[in-house]
Design a protein around this ligand. Structure first.
Ligand SMILES: Nc1ncnc2c1ncn2[C@@H]1O[C@H](COP(=O)(O)OP(=O)(O)OP(=O)(O)O)[C@@H](O)[C@H]1O
Length: 271
């Protein structure tokens, strides 16, 4: 089975702090994988090395055999990698539809600007962008908010809007950084369904999440980080009973959630 993402031997240092130590992960094409770990374990740093925000001290990050290390962030977007952020980053002064359409300009900057100077092409592009925006509004359940200011949306909907904007770039790998953070249980279930639907569109997903039930229900493969090192990896069932993982979480602020998730059967089924 081929991988869309293969990271190997990646080490990231900030001065004396080793944020990632010989990190590795493979994400299967079409799969949903997760990275978990206590606060400060290095999870967001993984996303930042994939998207070129940080350059690793050593190691390799391959998207379908293309090396991303050393490439600038704007070039990496061309390999159809898109992400959302732990702290929502919507354009505050724009409507929901405008925020989604902004994703199109991130997609192919050159095409977007050249279209401004070519009237027939511009109209065609504008029509396509509008169609796609409307499709994504429906797909993400945001239709009724179309003309609302983005930041007036309930928190859970703002997170979905970030996902819709990321999907506008037509990604083949979507990186979701704590997508369920701040959501109530109903919103989390709706988000879980949305993530499954996205994965059914042949979009591979790598997610970081503190909500263990969310991770265990969605992910086919989980990598556990602690102090920058991989301490466990495997299917949810094995991760839940892994002694090192339980140890790492004891005393952390997500301990209760994690322990609770150990006690419950998950809905996970092999895909
Ligand atoms: N730009 C930076 N400069 C210095 N240290 C950094 C930088 N980015 C991250 N770190 C440090 O690297 C470590 C890993 O950070 P990272 O944000 O990847 O953790 P995380 O697992 O995502 O944490 P959380 O769950 O709290 O978001 C932390 O100790 C953090 O303080």
């Amino acid at each position: 089975m081929s991988n869309i993402l293969s990271i190997s031997n990646v080490t990231v240092k900030f001065g004396g702090l080793v944020a990632l130590n010989n990190f590795h992960i493979n994400v299967r094409k079409g799969g949903i994988s997760g990275v978990i770990g206590p606060n400060g374990a290095g999870k967001t740093t993984v996303f930042n090395i994939i998207t070129g925000v940080y350059k690793p001290f050593s190691g390799s990050v391959l998207i379908e055999n293309i090396e991303l290390v050393g490439q600038p962030t704007h070039d990496i977007a061309h390999y159809r990698v898109s992400r959302t952020f732990q702290n929502i980053r919507l354009f505050a002064n724009m409507s929901v539809s405008e925020n989604i359409m902004a994703g199109a300009s991130l997609k192919r900057e050159g095409e977007f600007f050249s279209s401004l100077f070519s009237f027939p092409k511009a109209r065609k592009n504008e029509k396509q962008i509008n169609e796609k925006m409307n499709e994504l509004l429906a797909f993400c359940g945001l239709e009724k908010y179309k003309n609302h200011p983005a930041t007036s949306l309930p928190y859970g909907m703002q997170r979905k809007l970030e996902i819709a904007r990321a999907l506008m770039t037509d990604p083949k790998l979507l990186l979701l950084d704590e997508p369920a953070a701040g959501m109530n249980p109903t919103e989390k279930i709706a988000l879980q369904e949305l993530v499954k639907k996205i994965s059914q569109q042949d979009i591979s997903i790598l997610l970081i999440e503190h909500d263990m039930k969310f991770v265990m229900n969605l992910c086919e493969h989980i990598t556990v980080l602690n102090y920058g090192s991989v301490i466990a990896e495997g299917i949810p069932k094995d991760i839940q009973s892994n002694h090192d993982v339980i140890e790492a979480y004891l005393g952390s602020d997500v301990e209760d959630d994690f322990i609770e998730s150990l006690e419950k059967e998950t809905e996970y089924a092999s895909r």
